[in-house]
Design a protein around this ligand. Structure first.
Ligand SMILES: Cc1cc2nc3c(=O)[nH]c(=O)nc-3n(C[C@H](O)[C@H](O)[C@H](O)COP(=O)(O)O)c2cc1C
Length: 368
């Protein structure tokens, strides 16, 4: 029976164990370029089987947070190359999470321009930007601009360009951020997408057209086995309303990803928080449908995972890899702690975003 500490081969990439460090924005890069501290943070956590980097904006317009490192300039590519080198020196593997926030942004992050989205309707959500006093804080997202058809195509190209940079920076692959109410979901959701062009919400194919173009551009710049997609069905984060065809939309998308022979689908299960009410049984039933729709690649699930739940899902054959987010913040040696039954530290939420070393690289390994 598989368990968390077993090795795994992800589309030809050997992983030391089945524990994935889930992507986490930490907002420690004021100039948007990864630095020595970034490299140290990831090096400390490289015993994860696979690290998925924090969300990395694919262009200037993709950004929705202060201090987030991007992947659209030569300096950023160079900065990331030190991160990937550090992780590889420790024997780890790392994918870059390619991110466009869409309307979950603020014009003061975008040189006064309106955030780009599938719609011109403002999201009822907060973003990490400058407040009225010019201080960093969480502020209401501002009114977006509904992208023109050409802008939609260009944005899909931006993902491909960033994916090429990721590979040149030494990443083992890329994860497309299709979760948490950001741009890709703003196209997929028929209650947010109010377009009338071929990327509109008239049919399911239209709603999925943009995300699949992004996938195809990214695959063209890398290889199918180097690409994963993160999804959060039933997630309410960033003002995503529920709709009748939600489950079928995701299953249809996942079938299309299987046709493209991608490395993995990464599900963020928000059912413990603001997502679907309930219920382990329902989640497992959905995971079975995902397995059926995606028989060739790996399935990752993240969201309040524990050793016990992770092993249970692996042993049921429902997932191949298990993602842990917050536990990796105060426990850089999370894998060893879980393996030996050592106590887990609790993270300090006040240092999740912004600042320097504190709450970032100053959590020690277990001292015994
Ligand atoms: C500080 C913080 C930043 C996060 N940033 C991202 C991100 O950039 N991209 C993403 O897909 N999810 C992000 N998440 C969600 C995590 O990847 C993960 O799915 C979530 O924390 C649930 O897993 P956990 O209960 O193990 O923490 C973030 C979560 C936290 C706590």
């Amino acid at each position: 029976m598989p368990q968390l500490f077993d090795a795994y081969t992800l589309s030809g990439l050997p992983l030391r164990n089945r524990i994935v460090m889930a992507p986490m924005t930490r907002a420690r890069n004021p100039d948007a370029v990864p630095n020595d501290l970034t490299a140290l943070y990831y090096r400390q956590r490289a015993s994860a089987g696979l690290i998925v980097s924090e969300g990395v904006p694919v262009s200037e317009m993709a950004n929705g947070n202060l201090y987030v490192p991007g992947l659209y300039t030569p300096e950023q590519q160079e900065g990331w190359s030190h991160v990937t080198q550090a992780v590889h020196e420790e024997g780890g593997a790392i994918f870059a999470q390619l991110w466009h926030v869409g309307r979950a942004s603020h014009q003061n992050l975008l040189h006064g321009r309106k955030p780009h989205s599938s719609t011109a309707r403002t999201a009822d959500t907060k973003v990490f930007a400058y407040d009225l006093n010019g201080k960093p804080g969480f502020v209401q997202a501002t009114e977006p601009h509904a992208m023109t058809t050409d802008e939609v195509r260009e944005t899909a190209f931006d993902f491909g360009k960033a994916a090429g940079r990721a590979i040149r920076a030494g990443f083992d692959g890329v994860e497309i951020h299709g979760a948490n109410g950001y741009l890709l979901e703003q196209f997929m959701n028929p209650l947010v997408n109010d377009r009338t062009d071929q990327y509109g919400a008239q049919t399911m194919d239209d709603r999925l057209r943009f995300v699949l173009e992004v996938v195809d551009n990214v695959v063209a710049a890398t290889a199918p086995g180097k690409v994963g997609v993160r999804l959060s069905p039933w997630g309410r984060f960033n003002d995503m309303p529920d709709y009748a065809q939600l489950e079928e939309t995701y299953l249809q998308l996942i079938r299309k990803l299987d046709e493209r022979e991608l490395a993995y689908v990464h599900l963020m299960d928000q059912s413990n928080g603001q997502g679907r009410p309930d219920a382990e049984g329902q989640n497992e039933a959905f995971l079975r449908k995902v397995r059926e729709a995606f028989p060739r690649g790996a399935i990752i699930v993240a969201g309040a995972m524990t050793l016990e739940v992770g092993n249970h899902l692996l042993q049921q054959g429902l997932v191949d890899l298990v993602g842990f987010g917050q536990p990796f913040i105060p426990n850089p040696d999370l894998v060893q702690r879980l393996q030996h039954g050592w106590p887990l530290e609790q993270p300090d939420r006040r240092t999740y975003y912004g600042g320097g070393r504190e709450g970032y690289t100053d959590y020690p390994n277990y001292q015994g």
